[in-house]
Design a protein around this ligand. Sequence first.
Ligand code: AHM
Ligand code: MG
Length: 317
Amino acid sequence: TMPFSVYLQQVDPDLAGLLSAVADASVKLSDAVRNAPLRNLTGAMDTTNVQGEIVQKLDDYSNQVLMDYCKASVACAGYLSEENEGVTTMNETGSLVIAVDPLDGSSNIDIAAPIGTIFAIWKRKSVAGPILESDFLQKGDECIAAGYVLYGSATMLMLSVGKGVQLFALNSSTATYMSVNSNVQLPSIGKIYSMNQGNLSKFEQAAKRFVAHCTETDKDTSRPYSIRYIGSMVGDMYRTFLKGGVFLYPAYEGETKGKLRLLYECIPMSFLAEQAGGMGTNGKERILSLQPTGLHERCAIVIGSSALVDLYLSFSK
Ligand code: AHM
Ligand code: MG
């Protein structure tokens, strides 16, 4: 099987450099995650982040490591993270910007459940000099690469540079990623839905109708469907990519947005989903068509097998 470094030889050198930096950072993070209880890396910091959320020690550590590796990648001009309020200039002459959720699945950090790192990369819009907010307010359609690393029972890197989706597994003894699937296809149908159904009363009408449909008995369509919810988007999406189904964090009732963030959660996952033959929508529009207006903007998401996303959309009308 092909090492990740060999795969990167076919990628534009600037992008390859940044992807290599992110992969190297994730090798370090995978090790930190797996040894966190022994390294005083469990539990919370004393501070909260821009979203007013409690920051776990591993959230902060992951952000630091990613910033260090991205800075060392000369092509990386700018960095945006769930953990930082504004944008950070990395290299004034760089051509790329990266938005990351350094460690997704905060509520699962201390319970040894799957967590991960999500990222999306664009070409910067400004020519040179300090990076601007506007360099990050680009549509998912303009993304040149996106991916995530899952720190689960194995460490997996799922990546797209806009030519399908590639999957790599970390060989922990050599600290190298190896290709395990060069053409990930998200099944077009599925029998699993994944959402925080305990919050159903808070979600929009379409979500309630969708759940009513999924839980109904109907032999012809193999219903009721099963529910699987880890509570880490990276874990729930990994299953969705491999087995099909749908992952939802719908809009709250009376709002257009849900909990998850557009730039570093919804866009990268939607980019991967579309590249794998699936769909990602906010319940009304394709996520990749949305024009971002804020760095930490939230977005509703319904993503996965096209048959199930279409079904949700039919309840949205
Ligand atoms: P985080 O970035 O602070 O970890 O929050 C994102 C996570 C997702 O991984 C997951 O899908 C969702 O939050 C779970 O939210 P909830 O606990 O409301 O079900
Ligand atoms: Mg997250």
